[in-house]
Ligand binder design. Sequence first.
Ligand SMILES: C[S@@+](CC[C@H](N)C(=O)[O-])C[C@H]1O[C@@H](n2cnc3c(N)ncnc32)[C@H](O)[C@@H]1O
Length: 224
Amino acid sequence: MFKNEDDVLENNGIYHIYKNGKPKKYKSWLLGAFSFLYDPIMNKSVFPKTLGASMEKHELFLKNELKFTHNKEILELGTGSGNLSQILPNDNQYSGIDISEGLLKIARKKFYKAGFKNFKLFLCSAEELPFKNNFYDICICNISLNFFNDLDSVISELRRTLKKKSKFICSVPIKDRNTDKKTIRGNIYSENELKDIFESKGFLFKPYPFKNGSLLYFSAVLEN
Ligand SMILES: C[S@@+](CC[C@H](N)C(=O)[O-])C[C@H]1O[C@@H](n2cnc3c(N)ncnc32)[C@H](O)[C@@H]1O
């Protein structure tokens, strides 16, 4: 599954990326020791207050979208604490990447508990993936795209690692829906900006009609 087997080493259930014999390090907004605060912050503050969105509706929408997805190679960008383990059917092969080792450790427990037999977690950036070309059937990215500094590189990596005609499913806060002018962290795009960026890279961009606070749900299919 890797671009270069020698660059990836597992340590305690989490895969690390090596460059010149040294593990790559990443700067995460939430210090490892405070990772246990992530779920309460998302539940009690980010979803209801910052995004004006319902976490229940978010999970229900994604569950419905993914309920017929079985035995596929799934990639998630920005796994966080592993909430997709409650949404995605557990007979899929799952690869989750994130720059926070603390959150990946929480995710590891959740994926075990949810009965996934085949899952791997990677400490790495969405901007530089260790995976080989044309490997994944579906890529999912929830409320993380706004944190990627170099979106061009992320989309190039998606083009490279996704199989042709496969789907990127994303939920992301956008300017147009942030009607209460809340301060939302990261790079906040408009729907049209996202459409232009994805279409310029050969993806067919399709917003879902579902609305949930300032979140846009869209799919982008790799056309050519
Ligand atoms: C708001 S959280 C969302 C996590 C998860 N998808 C969820 O729905 O709970 C954003 C995540 O993106 C991760 N992240 C930020 N920059 C990243 C990057 N360049 N590559 C991979 N993950 C990144 C953060 O560490 C964080 O876990």
